[in-house]
Design a protein around this ligand. Structure first.
Ligand code: GAR
Length: 271
């Protein structure tokens, strides 16, 4: 194996997924090292985990920036290379029919924050960016500047539900409240939508009638701590390929689906 995968991480909270990744790197089950941990939340407990592993950290305080924009929009400077009209057309985080002023406000604050993230990240070259409980959506401004090679996506996310069910900020809570019989977690590459990119891996667990939300969350996290390092190691081994397959329907229709192929994976049932 060549040089170690350089992993950048963005977090917002406790950072137990970050811890699983740091531990997997230390144990060699990920052939990589974490080169920075960034956060939108100055109080994220995960920052302490990074410091314990002597990983550089930085904060871009999204909440303060959004507050500053509310008080005085002109005080929040956009990077010179941001084209909000173009981003408004390409983004799919807010519905296309939403109030254009709302879309602009959203993009202005997020792009300003993302420019600060990119500036901080520039000091730490990386191969893969992992979102590990990062609770902010990323716009095409940021995504395009990280994914410079269209054939090689570089941003992974872990989501606490079996996507495409229950996207958003409370996957386990939504799964539990719905009364689902199965819950799970999903690792995927990110695209311009919310929790909508090509799926790399999923794990599921059963939900009993008398389970509690807390138990569901714990069952899910236990699986997250296994699957995220596994998917990162597949990336380190350069075994992930996003392929678009075209399917023809009997009556002439066509649809395309993006799948992540895992190179060298055995088809179940074969030897
Ligand atoms: C995890 O359950 C992760 O799947 C979820 O936040 C939690 C973070 O925990 N992420 C999202 O909901 C992203 N939309 P952690 O900080 O202990 O890793």
């Amino acid at each position: 194996m060549g040089t170690k995968l350089r992993i950048g991480a963005l977090i917002s909270g406790g950072g137990t997924n970050l811890q699983a990744i740091l531990d997997a790197c230390a144990q060699g089950t990920i052939d990589g090292r974490v080169v920075f941990v960034g956060t939108d939340n100055p109080h994220a407990n995960g920052l302490e985990r990074a410091r314990r592993h002597e990983v550089p950290t930085f904060v871009v305080d999204y909440a303060r920036l959004i507050g500053d924009y509310r008080t005085d929009p002109a005080s929040v400077k956009l990077p010179p290379d941001a084209d909000l009209d173009d981003l408004a057309r390409r983004q799919s985080l807010l519905p296309a029919g939403a109030d254009p002023a709302r879309i602009r406000r959203f993009l202005h604050t997020r792009v300003a924050a993302e420019a600060a993230l990119l500036a901080a990240m520039a000091a730490h070259p990386f191969d893969l960016l992992v979102l590990a409980g990062f609770m902010r959506n990323l716009t095409p401004y940021f995504i395009d500047r990280v994914n410079t090679d269209p054939a090689k996506p570089r941003i992974m996310n872990i989501h606490p539900a079996l996507l495409p069910a229950f996207p958003g900020t409370d996957g386990y809570g939504d799964t539990f409240r719905y009364g689902a019989k199965v819950g799970g977690c999903t690792v995927h590459f990110i695209d311009y939508g919310e929790d909508s990119g090509p799926i790399i891996g999923q794990r599921a667990f059963a939900i009993q009638a008398d389970d509690t939300e807390e138990r569901i969350r714990q069952k899910g996290l236990d699986l997250e701590w296994q699957i995220y390092p596994e998917c990162i190691q597949l990336y380190a081994e350069d075994r992930l390929r996003v392929a678009v397959r075209t399917h023809h329907l009997p009556h002439g229709g066509v649809y395309r689906r993006a799948v992540v192929e895992i190179l060298g994976e055995k088809t179940p049932g074969t030897r």
